[in-house]
Structure formats: structure tokens, C-alpha cells
Design a protein around this ligand. Structure first.
Ligand SMILES: *Cc1c(COP(=O)(O)O)cnc(C)c1O
Length: 391
């Protein structure tokens, strides 16, 4: 990445300086423009439609500052925003698929992504095949003449399979299909999707970019080759995001590097600690040496975030409930990526179709927040004690 003066900067520096050209009056943060109507000075300007801002939905200095910052973070050509992460998923599907097309979606995909495939897309005559996340170059065998898009998610946000993205990209491109990645887990900071050949990278910015669990946001970054097609569909769908939410997202991004570093450090510490516990059958954290997917993570990723899973030895519901209900620092709730720790029980057996989840014990997912890791371990220790009384 180049600064305006041409000197190369590190990604952490870009997170601080990107979008700054939209700031005014020496104020560090770009202004938060609340806009629908944007006035034209005269009839010539109205006819020409070439002023930088023409209508609230089509962009303001607030949206441009955030979009350019995210495009720089992801390393893609340009970015657009959606009111949620799920809206980013549907925008990608709508932009790149036509009726009669076929899309390949990883079996580890975010569950509402599956619902979109089995609902709206199917209704529109778009066929989905779910595939084994570990398929790698074998994806070639699933390609049909009408396969236009391969959706990846790396790692899966409940079971943490690491996908071999470069191998999938190679196979997809050989069949003229595009590759999109749900890059939410890495925040775009720890996985550079475009350097690995992806055509589209989208995120639930709701998670690490916002980082404070206080607003919803989605973002889609696209390679230059495919930008016009995406932008056109995006505009036809009338998508945009709210100014205060865009402000919160840009504000979150400024501290992404330090937050992720802490999430990574604490989560790895706890993952290792869990790995050594008798109550735990398996830790699902690709950043943990020896864990599934670690080699791919080491090859392709620059870091790990704070979300991972672990499988208990027991499936005893009462014991699992006792564990969960004893925790005080880990809130139970959906979403993740904020400063706070979370825990959620997962059951992936009910909806997967291309793979079977065969672990015996109960699967739990942790989001490790920014609390002191000693307190976080002690809380888990108390949970295990409550569990021990029942198994
Ligand atoms: C949360 C999430 C989404 C959806 O984002 P929302 O902002 O909640 O709509 C998409 N993908 C992944 C991996 C997620 O975790």
C-alpha cells in the first residue's frame, strides 16, 4: 500500500490514515453527513450529474471515507456498504448470479447464507451445491458448465475448518467461476483475500470492524475486473448504510490492529489451556499448533482472531448447561467481534448436508474479548467445576 507521497506503509498504519482525505477543517475524523437530498447549483450541473455527490443513497463523504478504508484494508479495488453482513452476502449473490446459474457454497457457511441459497436463490432458479470445506482442488469435480461462483468462508465460524483458498481459486478460475470469501473471521487484516486470488471479499463488519457490538454493517470489496458489474447491481438494489453506523465502523477500524492482536493473544492462550484440560476432547483453533487446519493457517494467514471452538468430552446436557450458566464473564448471545467475551453452544449436525459432524461431545464456541485473560480462565475453571459435579 502506498501513501499519497508514494512511501510504502504497513497495514497497521493504513488503518489509521486511510480515508483521511475526507476530513475537513483539520478535524481528524471525517464528518458524519446525514443526507438524502443533495443540491445542484444550476441546471447545467443537474443535467451533467457529474458532481461528486448527487443523492444520499449514492454516497457521501462519510460513506466514501469508510469504503476506501475497507478497500485498502482488504487490498481490493473498491468497496460498498450494506446495512448488515447478511445483506452483503445477498448483494454478492444477486450481483454475480443469474437465473439458471449454479453456485458452490461451503458446508461450513454461516447458516443464514444457507437459508438464502435454499430460499430466495432457489426460488429465482439458482441452484446451490454445498461442498466439503476441506475439498481444496477437488472442487473441480463439482464444477458444472453453469457454475459461476464459489462461496468460501475461512475458517468456518462454528467448526473452524480451514479452506485451501489458493487451490479453490485455481480450480474455479480454470472453470471461469469467480471466488468470493466471507472474510469476517480475519477482519480482512489477517487474511489478504485478493493476494490469494479471490475476486470478492465480504464481511459482517458488525463483528471486528465495528468491534464494539453496537451496530450492524456489511461490506463488499471487489477486484477491479468485476467492479462495474457489482456496482451496477448494488445501485439497482438501492442498498446503502446509515451515517452514524458508518461513523462507528470507521472509528472501530482505527483500533483494529491492536484489538485483533489482543484477541489473538488471549484466544491462543485460552485455546492452549483448554487443550490441556481433561474435560476437553478437541480444540478447534487453526492458530493452535497441532490443531486441524494449522498448516494452511500458517501458510496463508497473518494472524488469528478471538473466535474458536472446543468440543467437550461429555454430551450430558445438564452438565453442559451447568458449565454455561456458571460463567459470568462470557455472555451467551449471537454475533461476536466486540470487546466482550461470549460463549454459545453449537449444534451443526441438524443442517449440514455435504459433510457429517461426527464429534461425540458437545461443541461450544468462545469469543475471547479484551478482558484480562487470567479472569477469563478463572471463569472457565469455575464452569468446569460446576460441570464436574454432574458428570
Ligand atoms: C455474523 C455473520 C454474518 C452476518 O452478519 P450480520 O451483520 O449479523 O448480518 C455473516 N457471516 C459470518 C461469518 C458471520 O459471523
Amino acid at each position: 500500500m502506498k501513501s499519497p507521497k508514494g512511501a510504502p506503509h504497513q497495514p497497521a498504519t493504513d488503518l489509521v490514515t486511510a480515508g483521511r482525505q475526507y476530513s475537513e477543517h483539520g478535524i481528524v475524523s471525517p464528518g458524519v453527513y446525514h443526507a438524502s437530498t443533495i443540491l445542484y447549483p444550476n441546471t447545467d450541473a443537474l443535467r451533467a450529474q457529474n458532481q461528486p455527490y448527487t443523492y444520499g443513497r449514492k454516497g457521501t463523504p462519510t460513506s466514501r471515507a469508510l469504503e476506501e478504508t475497507i478497500a485498502q484494508l482488504e487490498g481490493g479495488h473498491a468497496c460498498r456498504l450494506t446495512p448488515s453482513g447478511l445483506a452483503a452476502v445477498s448483494a454478492v449473490m444477486m450481483a454475480f448470479l443469474n437465473s439458471g446459474d449454479h453456485v458452490l457454497v461451503t458446508d461450513s457457511a454461516y447458516r443464514p447464507t444457507r437459508n438464502l441459497c435454499n430460499g430466495l436463490l432457489q426460488r429465482m432458479g439458482i441452484e446451490t451445491t454445498f461442498y466439503d470445506p476441506l475439498i481444496g482442488a477437488g472442487i473441480s469435480d463439482l464444477m458444472q458448465p453453469n457454475t459461476r461462483l464459489v462461496m468460501t468462508e475461512c475458517p468456518g465460524s462454528q467448526t473452524f475448518e480451514m479452506q485451501d483458498i489458493p487451490a479453490i481459486v485455481k480450480a474455479a478460475h480454470a472453470h471461469d467461476a469467480l471466488v468470493a470469501i466471507d472474510n469476517t473471521w480475519s477482519g480482512g487484516h489477517y487474511f489478504k483475500a485478493f493476494e490469494h486470488g479471490c475476486d470478492i471479499s465480504f464481511q459482517a463488519a458488525t463483528k471486528y470492524l465495528v468491534g464494539h457490538s453496537d451496530c450492524m454493517m456489511g461490506c463488499i470489496t471487489v477486484a477491479e475486473e468485476h467492479w462495474e458489474r457489482f456496482k451496477d447491481a448494488y445501485e439497482q438494489m438501492g442498498l446503502c448504510a446509515g451515517p452514524d453506523d458508518m461513523y462507528l465502523t470507521l472509528r472501530g477500524i482505527r483500533t483494529l490492529d491492536v484489538r485483533l492482536e489482543r484477541h489473538m493473544k488471549s484466544a491462543l492462550d485460552i485455546a492452549e489451556w483448554l487443550d490441556g484440560r481433561d474435560e476437553v476432547a478437541e480444540v478447534l483453533h487453526p492458530g493452535l499448533p497441532g490443531a486441524a487446519g494449522h498448516d494452511i493457517w500458517k501458510r496463508d494467514f497473518k494472524g488469528a482472531s478471538g473466535l474458536f471452538g472446543f468440543v467437550l468430552k461429555t454430551r450430558n446436557q445438564q452438565a453442559v448447561d451447568a458449565f454455561l450458566n456458571t460463567l459470568t464473564l462470557y455472555g451467551m448471545g449471537y454475533s461476536w467481534g466486540g470487546f466482550e467475551s461470549l460463549v454459545i453452544p453449537c449444534d451443526v449436525t441438524s443442517y449440514r448436508t455435504a459433510t457429517t459432524w461426527d464429534r461425540e461431545g458437545h461443541l461450544l464456541r468462545l469469543h475471547i474479548g479484551l478482558e484480562d485473560v487470567r479472569d477469563l480462565k478463572e471463569d472457565l475453571e469455575n464452569g468446569f467445576k460446576a460441570m464436574a459435579a454432574l458428570v
